[in-house]
Design a protein around this ligand. Structure first.
Ligand SMILES: Cc1cc2nc3c(=O)[nH]c(=O)nc-3n(C[C@H](O)[C@H](O)[C@H](O)COP(=O)(O)OP(=O)(O)OC[C@H]3O[C@@H](n4cnc5c(N)ncnc54)[C@H](O)[C@@H]3O)c2cc1C
Length: 454
């Protein structure tokens, strides 16, 4: 019984989403994660498109609502030429106004467990403490996974599709061919920890992410509960020596060099309970891949690509790519569209979404500009029909003002908006137009690709 339709390696947001959406379509799905959940992960600030789009499609929106995560209405930045902090709100966007104008700040251990449990509920065979060791090939395609089970015994499972969702530390991603390419623009290092009793912004922005640029880089400050805050410094990787010697002293010094963060932490103390009791360091996390799939195997989430965290796009990209992968698998297995065409559509949409965030971030790191210039740049990139500020908010929320023109980035945002709409209205959302000439469209329930009527 070790033969499946789909094997998913990794039970983070990407893996749980693709496992849930393929199991819900009636396929036999095995999900392997080397950890036992709840497990720690960084990436706590989410986007509205994830909650009201993908999570709604997974049937999880109400459960997430009940979990009591902090509501994120937008962001506050002390960033660029303006010496004063400025705030953006998701409600500015016509596409997100009303019931979808917020996201959440989440403890990933809890959020990821909700998604993993949901994948099991939707029918996936979820195995924790199971580590994938490598893929196997047969007849010119990837055809299975070797893994060590929770007793350490090596086993083999076979499947029509293997999805690598095992994150930035993936050992399997090379098996699709091509290479990982690190971004020359974002050679940064992140040093992060947790505090109790840090200050909050005044209502209604108390749940906002706060991003503060300073001489050495920038800080994030994310309220995870009434008392717990996630605080991280992102600095140039060539400052690594400063961190290597004594990370605690380096962190304290960096906070001291950033007056706004220092002020927010004036009455705070470091958290002492696991998993929040220690400082962590991450580097080499901004990269792309030249190849995202091969026959029988697909990469999603951080296994494929990730770009600097300032706009909290990681979980969005992971769940969005997982949705695109699930559509491709479901359509191929149902015999609706052939694998090559499905995965060409997967790759094209995924690359556009990634490119949007990457190109905007490169401009956002130009600190001699002010927010009006950033808003204008978002407008330029997305060909938005509204104001510059709306263009910016739609971009960083993962949705658009419904610009279905064939411009590169407007189409990416249009897909985000469609996702939100589909999450809210289900089948009533109607068909989306193809994103590319001759491309595929999503089925009314969003779970498969269809050929458009020509
Ligand atoms: C400093 C920093 C800050 C960030 N902040 C944000 C943020 O605010 N918001 C945001 O959205 N994103 C943020 N991110 C990005 C975010 O962490 C990731 O994009 C997101 O977690 C990717 O999800 P995933 O499902 O692809 O992978 P993961 O969440 O990494 O899940 C991968 C899973 O695979 C499992 N696994 C690994 N190897 C194996 C194996 N061999 N066999 C079986 N299982 C395996 C792991 O145990 C893990 O559970 C940040 C990233 C960094 C570096």
């Amino acid at each position: 019984m070790n033969n499946y339709d789909v094997i998913v390696v990794g039970g983070g947001p990407g893996g749980s989403t693709v496992a849930g959406l393929t199991a819900a379509d009636g396929h036999r799905v095995l999900l392997l994660d080397k950890e036992t959940f709840p497990r720690y992960q960084i990436g706590e600030s989410l986007l509205p498109a994830t909650i009201h789009g993908v999570c709604a499609m997974l049937g999880l929106r109400e459960e997430i609502e009940r979990a009591g995560f902090v509501r994120k209405r937008g962001g506050t930045c002390k960033w660029g030429a303006n010496p004063e902090p400025w705030t953006f709100s998701f409600a500015t966007s016509e596409r997100m106004a009303g019931p979808t104008s917020y996201a959440y700040q989440v403890e990933r251990s809890r959020f990821d467990t909700l998604l993993l449990d949901n994948a099991r509920r939707l029918g996936a065979d979820v195995r924790q403490g199971h580590r994938a060791l490598g893929t196997v090939r047969a007849a010119g395609r990837i055809s299975g996974v070797r893994y060590a089970d929770d007793a350490g015994h090596e086993r083999l499972a076979t499947a029509r599709f293997v999805v690598d969702a095992s994150g930035h530390g993936s050992r399997l991603h090379r098996d699709v061919g091509g290479r990982r390419e690190y971004s020359p623009h974002f050679r940064n290092l992140a040093l992060f920890g947790y505090f109790l009793d840090g200050h909050r912004m005044p209502a209604p922005n108390a749940g906002n992410i706060l991003c503060v640029a300073f001489s050495q880089g920038w800080f994030w400050y994310i309220p995870l509960s009434a008392t717990l805050s996630s605080v991280g410094a992102v600095i140039k990787a060539d400052a690594a020596a400063r961190v290597r010697g004594d990370p605690d002293a380096a962190f304290t010094d960096l906070i001291g060099e950033c007056p706004l963060i220092k002020d927010f932490l004036r009455d705070a103390r470091r958290a002492t309970d696991p998993p929040y009791d220690r400082l962590r360091v991450r580097k080499d996390y901004s990269y792309d891949r030249t190849v995202l799939w091969c026959p029988g195997m697909i990469l999603v989430g951080d296994a494929a690509c990730f770009i600097d965290p300032v706009f909290s796009s990681g979980v969005h990209l992971a769940t969005y790519s997982a949705l695109l992968a699930a559509r491709s698998i479901n359509s191929t297995l149902a015999g609706l569209v052939d694998e090559h065409r499905c995965l060409t559509e997967f790759e094209a949409r995924y690359r556009r979404e990634f490119t949007l965030f990457r190109d905007f971030l490169i401009a956002f790191y130009q600190l001699h500009h002010d927010e009006r210039s950033y808003f204008g740049h978002a407008h330029q990139l997305t060909h938005h029909t509204g104001t510059d500020r709306e263009a910016f908010v739609d971009l960083v929320g993962g949705v658009s003002a419904g610009d279905f023109s064939r411009h590169l980035l407007g189409d990416v945002l249009a897909e985000g908006a469609q996702l939100q709409l589909r999450g809210l209205l289900g089948d009533a959302a109607g068909d989306e137009p193809p994103m590319f000439p001759g491309g595929l469209i999503a089925s009314p329930d969003g779970r498969r690709w269809l050929m458009p009527d020509v």
